[in-house]
Design a protein around this ligand. Structure first.
Ligand code: ATP
Length: 444
C-alpha cells in the first residue's frame, strides 16, 4: 500500500463509518476544520479520558482546570503571542495563492522579478514577505473597534499560568506541583493539512508543572520519560515513536530545552507532543504585565521565587489521528479485502457488536436482552441487518474488538459466540459470564 493512499483511505473510512466529517460539508466545507461523528467523538474522548486519568486522577501532585477560551488581551501581549506568533507569508498576485515565505517550492526571492509561483508558475508575481499573526481575532461587546479586540486562545497554557495562584491558594498543593487542562485552541495556520494533523481549531491536552529553580532539569527529564511511556501505552507500533530534541535554532523564545515526541506518519516523522522547559519566563512576564506578585513562598527553604515550568503539550486530535494511522490495516480473507482498525481495546469507540444470527426463532429477542445488559457497562452496538459476515466487517472497520452473536445454540443453552477482531477466532461463552469475560478482555 503506497503511503500517500493510506491517508486518502483513512479520510474516506472516517466519513463512511462516522468518525470524522468535513466541517460545513454541504456548503463545500471550511478549510482545515473537521467535525467528529459518533465514532470519532468516542475515540477522541477515550484519548482525553486516558490522559486525564494518567495526569490528574492517578497523581497526587496535579490539579485539573478548565479555563475560558477568551482571555484578557494583555495575556497575549505578556505571552509574546501578539508580537511573536507570526509567520512571514507571500501572495501570488496572479493566482491569489498564499505561501509561507520559506516554502521550499518557491524558486528565487519573493518580491523580486526572478521569484516563481509554485502553483501557477508566473514569474515576478510573488509579493514581499509579510508577517501574518496566527491568532484569530474577534470583538467583545457590540462595537467592533480596536479597544474591543479579543483573541481565541492559540494554546491552553496561558489559562493555567494566570490561574496558578488561584489553584495554589485553593488546593493543598506545594511546589513541585502541576495543573492540567484539556481544551480547544485556535490557530489561523497558513499551511494546514494532512487531515486532522494540522487544523485551525483543535484540542490540546496540556500540563504545566511548577518546580523550584535548579530542579527544573531533573523534572524535565522525568516528564520526558513519563510522557513517552504514556504514548507507548496507547498501543502504537514500537519503532514508530521517537524523541526529537530541539536544536538552538528551533527552540521557542521561552524555552531552555525542548523535546518533541514524534510519530512516523505516512508523510514523515512529525510531532505529536512537546515537552518544554519554559523556565520562569511565563510567570515572570505575567507578573510584569499584570503588576501582581506571582512569587511562591517556599516554607521549607524559607525562600521566595518564581517557579520554573516544565510543560507537556499534546494535541488530542493529533493523538487521535496517530491511533487511526497506526491501527489501519488491510488483509485478504477468503479472497476479499478486510479493512481493520486494530485499536487497543481500551481506546476502541465501540467495545462489542451484538448480533442475532437471523431475524427469527427467538434470536432477536435474546440478542436485544444481551445488548441491553451489556449497554449498561460498555458502549455496544446492535446490528441485525445483512449477512453476518458483512456485520463483522463493519465492526472491523469501526475497530470494535469483539462481536457477540446470538444463534440457535443460544436459544437452546444460553451460550453465545464471541468473535475476536484481530484473530477472528471465536469462543463460546455463557450469557451469564459474558460481562465478566468482556471486562477481563478489555482490561476494564
Ligand atoms: P507544529 O509545529 O506541528 O504546528 P507546534 O510546535 O506549533 O506544532 P505546540 O505549540 O508545541 O505545537 O503545540 C503542542 C501540541 O499541540 C502539538 O504537539 C500538537 O499535537 C498540537 N497542535 C499544535 N498545533 C496544532 C494544529 N494546528 N492542529 C492540531 N494540533 C495542533
Amino acid at each position: 500500500m503506497a503511503d500517500t493512499t493510506l491517508m486518502d483511505k483513512l479520510v474516506s473510512l472516517c466519513k463512511r463509518r462516522g468518525f470524522i466529517f468535513q466541517s460545513s460539508e454541504i456548503y463545500g466545507g471550511l478549510g482545515s476544520v473537521w467535525d467528529y461523528g459518533p465514532l470519532g467523538v468516542e475515540l477522541k474522548k477515550n484519548v482525553k479520558d486516558r490522559w486525564w486519568h494518567a495526569m490528574v486522577h492517578a497523581r497526587d501532585d496535579i490539579e485539573g482546570l478548565d479555563a475560558a477560551i477568551l482571555m484578557h488581551p494583555k495575556v497575549w501581549e505578556a505571552s509574546g503571542h501578539v508580537a511573536g506568533f507570526t509567520d512571514p507569508l507571500v501572495d501570488c498576485r496572479h493566482c491569489k495563492n498564499r505561501f509561507r515565505a520559506d516554502d521550499p517550492r518557491i524558486k528565487g526571492t519573493p518580491g523580486q522579478p526572478d521569484a516563481q509561483c509554485p502553483v501557477c508558475g508566473s514569474k515576478g508575481t510573488l509579493t514581499e514577505p509579510r508577517l501574518f499573526n496566527l491568532m484569530f481575532k474577534t470583538f467583545m461587546g457590540p462595537v467592533e473597534e480596536q479597544a474591543a479586540v479579543v483573541y481565541l486562545r492559540p494554546e491552553t497554557a496561558q489559562g493555567i499560568y494566570v490561574n496558578y495562584i488561584n489553584v495554589l491558594n485553593s488546593s493543598r498543593q506545594k511546589v513541585p506541583f502541576g495543573i492540567a487542562q484539556i481544551g480547544k485552541a485556535f490557530r489561523n495556520e497558513i499551511t494546514p493539512g494532512n487531515f486532522i494533523f494540522r487544523t485551525r481549531e483543535f484540542e490540546q491536552m496540556e500540563m504545566q508543572f511548577f518546580v523550584k529553580p535548579g530542579t527544573d532539569e531533573e523534572w524535565f527529564e522525568r516528564w520526558r520519560g513519563w510522557r513517552m511511556e504514556w504514548c507507548q501505552g496507547l498501543g502504537l507500533t514500537p519503532g514508530r515513536l521517537r524523541f526529537h530534541r530541539h536544536g538552538p535554532d528551533e527552540l521557542a523564545h521561552y524555552a531552555k530545552d525542548a523535546f518533541d515526541i514524534q510519530y512516523e506518519f505516512p508523510f514523515g516523522w512529525q510531532e505529536i507532543e512537546g515537552v518544554h522547559n519554559r523556565t520562569d519566563f511565563d510567570l515572570g512576564r505575567h507578573q510584569q504585565y499584570s503588576g501582581k506578585k506571582l512569587e511562591y513562598f517556599d516554607q521549607a527553604a524559607n525562600q521566595r521565587y518564581i517557579p520554573y515550568i516544565v510543560e507537556t503539550s499534546a494535541g488530542a486530535d493529533r493523538v487521535t489521528l496517530t491511533l487511526m494511522v497506526d491501527a489501519y490495516r488491510e488483509e485478504i480473507v477468503e479472497g476479499e479485502t478486510r479493512v481493520v482498525l486494530g485499536f487497543h481495546p481500551a481506546l476502541a469507540p465501540i467495545k462489542a457488536g451484538v448480533f442475532p444470527l437471523v431475524k427469527k426463532d427467538g434470536m432477536p429477542e435474546l440478542a436485544t436482552e444481551v445488548y441491553h445488559a451489556l449497554k449498561r457497562r460498555f458502549p455496544v452496538f446492535y446490528d441485525d441487518s445483512g449477512a453476518i459476515g458483512r456485520r463483522y466487517r463493519r465492526m472491523d472497520e469501526a475497530g470494535t474488538p469483539f462481536c457477540v452473536t446470538i444463534d440457535g445454540e443460544t436459544v437452546a443453552n444460553r451460550t453465545v459466540t464471541v468473535r475476536h477482531r484481530d484473530s477472528m477466532a471465536q469462543d463460546r461463552i455463557g450469557v451469564d459470564q459474558l460481562e465478566t469475560y468482556l471486562r477481563e478482555q478489555l482490561g476494564a
